[in-house]
Design a protein around this ligand. Structure first.
Ligand code: ADP
Length: 158
């Protein structure tokens, strides 16, 4: 049997407990999950790419079937290169749905065999968004409760 490999693509700026929940629940469906931090070289991130990759790798240290990569390309092209026939995404609300609907059509246009699998967010994590966390962090608010790692204790950001 072919391994079921899923790519979980996102900006992850930062990676949150909502994202962690999607990955861990995805393990019930997939043999292997690759967290793909997509970045556009023209767009500046708030949390540096390498720092976030490191924090995500630490988060899933105990899971050999979860790995983390960074990429600057079309998500569907990367999935094809990785032999990942599935894209994993989370859905919080109808706004997510509208966006996800079109992006999944585009991904299939680029890579016909790829299927996007959506997991509905766990209700207690639904209000968490990377945008809000960035805003809180920018003005000095501790955001650790929203993250699967302790940003405040992380020395690599210093
Ligand atoms: P993108 O910039 O590609 O939307 P994000 O990093 O914002 O990337 O999100 C990656 C994926 O995780 C998306 O499918 C998004 O809907 C989902 N997601 C974001 N926040 C949550 C959450 N709190 N619970 C579940 N899924 C989430």
């Amino acid at each position: 049997m072919n391994k079921r490999i899923a790519l979980f693509p996102g900006s992850f700026d930062p990676f949150t407990k909502g994202h962690e929940d999607i990955v861990l629940r995805g393990l019930h469906i997939f043999d292997e999950i690759i967290v793909g931090i997509g970045h556009n070289s023209n767009k500046k991130r708030y949390f540096p790419l390498e720092v976030m990759q490191h924090l995500i790798e630490n988060t899933f240290e105990a899971y050999p079937q979860i790995s983390t990569i960074t990429y600057d390309d079309l998500t569907a092209n990367i999935a094809r290169q990785l032999g990942a026939r599935f894209l994993l995404r989370g859905l919080r609300n109808t706004t997510d749905f509208e966006y996800e609907n079109s992006i999944s059509q585009v991904n299939r246009h680029v890579y016909e065999e790829v299927e996007t699998v959506f997991l509905i967010t766990s209700p207690h994590l639904a209000p968490i968004s990377s945008t809000i966390i960035r805003e809180l962090h920018k003005y000095g608010h501790n955001v650790d409760e929203f993250l699967p790692y302790k940003l405040s204790e992380s020395t690599i950001l210093a």
